[in-house]
Design a protein around this ligand. Structure first.
Ligand code: SAH
Ligand code: SF4
Length: 401
């Protein structure tokens, strides 16, 4: 913060710049899905004829006074009043993280998956994707490239692929630690595994683990996730915490069958779990899945949820998700304007990127990881933020008291 300038003065200045940027190039034709629904009161319900929520115009209002109560934030969400909600979320993010948006280099190391989530483009039953596994050498090359560019956090993400046994993954973790001189944080995101395996992976050098609970509705979870119980997922998250991981979780918004209460409960669950990172991703229907005909909910719904998470979980890292950037050109910037503070440049080798399509319309498929870093650096400037190469360890670390 500049000397002699108060937080509110500073944030007023920011808002006018952010508003300009965020209102640029809004065009419904740029959305990835073919069918877009208005969220309206009742939010993710499929009711017809409801009003579209206000667009994000962060310059209109000075925002609420500091210390918006959670109940007030929930009311704003239910009323679809994004301006004060976003202003409060951004105020908290600035207080906690300053101008910084942290980078995590993402490596999508396998698109094989034994699970059959109804929403996912690489689900077991989809015979269309060309399946691939990166070799250890390819993974290490991607890490080295990112490390050379300054990245200090790497995320290995993939389907639940048993070919990558815990021993194999552990060796890869050790190698990554070695080539980065122990300096880089290593995050895994490869689904549910036995508690003992999590402990082995932690011992091999993995620091963090990302696993969204996806939805807090137990029936919906079972239905959407090929019969996997929500409790099973939450137990696995507990096991990760017990193993000493910094844990990231989160949810999708706009899944068929959800409503406002689901979104609010999702946010509360993130706060109760005390996660170090909470990801909010707009669900994007994939044409090769059973949810192909679902309605595409507008990005705004993910923006509301992001702002709520920031207000409920002030110190938690929140990524501006690639799905948001895929749904709308400036989706990630708008998420940052609603309190997100992390971006994940994609370091997956370009030849494989197009085969890791969890959802259609994914951006940056032809760009190398280094191009991604460059592009993201420019993008955050448009919302008056700057990228940071700090490894930015988690600060929450366990369930709220
Ligand atoms: N297999 C691991 C990690 C890979 S999936 C796991 O499931 O945890 C990573 C994330 O992609 C999931 O958590 C889910 O939230 C998101 N995802 C899957 N399909 C999606 C879709 N159609 N639209 C938006 N996000 C999706
Ligand atoms: Fe597999 Fe994850 Fe996709 Fe589910 S969301 S099918 S676990 S990759």
């Amino acid at each position: 913060m500049e000397a002699g300038m108060s937080m509110s003065e500073r944030s007023d200045g920011r808002e006018s710049v952010a508003a300009e940027v965020i209102s640029l190039e809004k065009d419904a034709t740029e959305t990835a899905g073919s069918k877009t629904a208005d969220p309206g009161p009742g939010g993710v319900s499929r009711s017809a004829g409801l009003e579209k929520p206000d667009s994000v115009d962060l310059g209109e209002s000075p925002g609420p006074s500091p210390g918006l109560l959670r109940s007030e934030a929930v009311d704003l969400f239910r009323r679809r009043d994004l301006t004060p909600l976003a202003a409060e979320a951004r105020r908290i993010a600035t207080r906690e993280f300053g101008d910084d948006v942290y980078l995590r280099g993402l490596i999508e190391y396998t698109n094989f998956c034994a699970v059959d989530c109804l929403y996912c483009g690489i689900r077991r039953s989809n015979s269309h994707p060309r399946r691939y596994r990166l070799s250890s050498e390819e993974i290490l090359a991607a890490v080295k490239e990112g490390y050379g560019r300054g990245l200090r956090t790497f995320v290995l993400q993939g389907g639940e692929d048993r070919w990558f046994t815990t021993d194999r993954l552990a060796r890869i973790c050790e190698d990554i630690k070695e080539v980065t001189g122990g300096e880089a944080a290593l995050t895994l995101s490869c689904g549910i595994r036995p508690a003992a395996d999590y402990r082995l992976l932690k011992a091999a050098g993995a620091d963090r683990y990302l696993m969204r609970f996806e939805t807090s509705d137990p029936d919906l979870h079972r239905h959407l996730r090929g019969g996997v119980e929500l409790k099973h997922r939450l137990d696995a998250l507990e096991n990760l915490l017990s193993a000493g991981f910094q844990v990231g979780s989160g949810f999708m918004v706009g899944l068929p069958g959800e409503n406002d209460d689901t979104v609010i409960r999702n946010v509360e669950l993130c706060a109760e779990m005390g996660v170090d990172m909470a990801g909010v991703g707009p669900f994007i229907p994939h044409h090769q899945t059973p949810l192909a005909d679902s309605l595409q909910q507008p990005l705004e719904l993910a923006l509301y949820a992001t702002a709520l998470v920031r207000i409920f979980c002030p110190e938690t890292h929140i990524p501006a998700t690639t799905a948001a950037g895929s749904l709308e050109k400036d989706g990630r910037e708008r998420m940052i304007a609603c309190g997100a503070n992390v971006l994940m440049p994609n370091l997956t080798p370009v030849t494989y990127k197009k085969d890791y399509l969890l959802y259609p319309g994914k951006i940056c498929l032809d760009e190398s990881g280094l191009q991604c870093v460059g592009c993201l650096s420019m993008r955050v400037l448009t919302v008056d933020r700057q990228i940071s190469f700090d490894r930015a360890d988690g600060r929450v670390g366990g369930p709220a008291a």
